[in-house]
Design a protein around this ligand. Structure first.
Ligand code: ZN
Length: 478
């Protein structure tokens, strides 16, 4: 019998707010433990939460980008549980009435086909504190406690590890684009609980699911799904039954291990949070927030192809990062009438190479879109040649500056026109009467010798094509 896997994700995304979800404590990573804390985020009795407007706004903007329906009225609930990472013994979350409902994201499979992965809802909640384990004791760091988390609950529409990673990459791209999260995986900005079940192919009812908790690397998620799907298929095909449980991924051992039997929602005794009012969103606020959602990657790629006449592949590469796409567009506009394709060629081969080598983002380099455009305009006008432009780019990337001023100050312009180049041609001819005689005697290759002499005298700055023409014209007159 053949089996198929069903996978659904609950993805926690840390929002890029300055302060925590229900208090004014700063969100700073790397600070000394328990320095960004107050009675609210340490769960002192009687401390009252105050909602972070920015976190609500970011969640709604993410929902808009993902095509969700935005709830006009939503509210927070208490999710009760006992654990040292949550001092007040409950987490403030949204259970009954979340901020965003429905929506989804399109993924591209390895074979190029597309699939729409539905989202059930997105809710907003606070993160727990971080527990650090040492040799003889453990410590709780409340700096992370109260961090605003958006939980994107996906429908079980995924059927392989590859599709799951494509889904996470699509989510990440979109959320970074909208600017609501850095989605930095190393810092745990995006963590997923992965639900996996298997069933015989063609069977409608889903199999019993297993949840793998708190995965933050795409590599780990991929490996855990491959392992878990194989484990479950092996189990059921031998007549066994999958137990509904929570498992953890052991990256070193390369296997999932049982943690505990999965609790059901009623185990959490959800009830409405009495210390917070419901969130009511009016038309004007929603319109204002919608206006701040930027153009999304897919629409942007299509527009870039049409507007700049660049191939779809170029648009894909450039728009993978919003800062890069912004840079390219600003440069392409400033460089006109230089063709968009020329700008994208230079951007992808030269600028992105420098970005890769530097290990920094395009926004952190000294090269501005205006300077890049001006360099390409100098090239397009024939003021400088390709090798000179390539030589100048790393310097502009590191130190900045105005290409036109640099070219003028250092005399880098190719002496393509005017008397300077003609003088070099005349000098070369006057200094080599034997080669002139050879040329007149029918040795046409002698012309190439003069071109070489002139290129050398111009220190490589002359345009060889122009030199060739001048040499030919001058020799013809003799
Ligand atoms: Zn606090």
């Amino acid at each position: 019998m053949k089996y198929e896997a069903t996978i659904g994700l609950e993805t926690h995304v840390q929002l890029k707010t300055k302060t925590k979800m229900f208090c004014g404590c700063l969100l700073e990573t790397g600070d000394e433990p328990n320095t960004n804390v107050c009675p609210v985020c340490m769960g002192y009795p009687g401390a009252l939460p105050v909602m972070n407007r920015q976190a609500v706004k970011f969640t709604v903007m993410a929902g808009m980008a993902l095509g969700c329906e935005i709830s006009r009225r939503s509210n927070f609930d208490r999710k009760n549980y006992f654990y040292p990472d949550m001092a007040k013994d409950y987490q403030i979350s949204q259970n009954g009435a979340p901020l965003c409902i429905g929506g989804g994201v399109e993924i591209v499979r390895a074979d190029g086909s597309r699939k729409f992965v539905r989202i059930n809802h997105i809710h907003l909640e606070e993160d727990a504190a971080k527990i650090n384990h040492y040799a003889r004791h453990s410590g709780v760091d409340f700096n992370r406690g109260g961090t605003p988390l958006m939980e994107i609950v996906g429908e079980p529409d995924l059927s392989s590890a590859d599709e799951t990673i494509a889904y996470l990459e699509a989510l990440k791209e979109l959320l970074v684009y909208v600017g609501v999260s850095d989605c930095n995986l190393e810092e745990g900005n995006m963590r997923s609980d992965v639900n996996i079940s298997v069933r015989p192919e063609g069977q409608e009812a889903l199999g019993t699911k297993v949840e793998i908790k708190n995965m933050n690397t795409f590599k780990g998620i991929h490996a855990a799904i491959e392992y878990e799907v194989a484990r479950q298929i092996d189990l059921v095909s031998r007549g066994g039954a999958v137990v509904q449980e929570t498992r953890r991924w052991d990256g070193e051992g390369g296997e999932t291990q049982s943690m505990r039997n999965k609790e059901n929602a009623h185990d959490y005794r959800y009830f409405p949070e009495p210390d917070l009012v419901p969130v009511e969103l009016d038309e004007a606020t929603l319109a204002e927030w919608r206006a701040e959602v930027p153009e999304l990657p897919r629409a942007r790629r299509a527009r870039m192809v049409a507007e700049y006449g660049i191939p779809e592949y170029d648009a894909e590469v450039i728009s993978a990062d919003k800062a890069c796409a912004d840079f390219f567009e600003a440069a392409a506009k400033a460089a006109a009438p230089v063709a968009g394709k020329t700008v994208s060629n230079w951007f992808m081969t030269e600028v992105l190479r420098l970005v890769g080598e530097s290990g920094r983002g395009i926004g952190e380099c000294a090269l501005t879109p205006g300077a890049f455009a001006s360099l390409l305009a100098l090239l397009g006008a024939g003021t400088i040649n390709g090798p000179t432009a390539k030589e100048l780019l790393p310097e502009l990337f590191e130190k900045g500056g105005d290409p036109k001023a640099i070219v003028e100050a250092r005399g880098l312009g190719q002496a393509s026109a005017g008397s300077a180049l003609q003088a070099l041609v005349d000098q070369a001819i006057a200094a080599n009467p034997k080669s002139v005689a050879d040329f007149k005697a029918g040795k046409k290759a002698a012309a190439g010798f003069f071109v070489g002499q002139v290129m050398k005298a111009s220190k490589g700055k002359a345009d060889p094509k122009v030199v060739g023409r001048l040499v030919a014209e001058t020799l013809a007159k003799m």
